[in-house]
Design a protein. Sequence first.
Length: 165
Amino acid sequence: MSETNKTKAVQYLTFRVGEEVFALDVSQVREVLDISNITKVPRAPEFMRGVINVRGSVVPVVDLRLKFGLPRTENTVDTRIVVMELNLDDEMTVLGAMADSVHEVMELEPDQIEEPPKIGARWRTEFIKGIGKRDDQFIIILDIDRVFSSDELALVDATAEELAA
């Protein structure tokens, strides 16, 4: 967890993937979209569902369920695409991530966030900034810049650029 996040409250967008509630720092979220027509991309990694048009820009869309090792499911009326900005090798990358549902923007104080457990965690701890606690609920705060490797995002970017050309 960064030093700035240890001293003041931070706002997070919460969303569900499978049975878990995740959160992203709102500063990395551009917008939340209803599920729309996703254009499939040949030779893309399995977790990449395709690309969408966001105000004239080609934005790759990944399925967080597949990225996290969960089974693919059918889209529902609650399925959303969270358009976010990731920092990849000091370059900003825009990516859409499918979530089963999006809940709310919430604020967490530093004393409501703990370090991720080192053992027994279902998720890879390098993906996790911390575990937020609100009431009786745990919220996994993602370090979205680390969820995707540089190679994966380079492949996603190259595929999106091919389609845009």
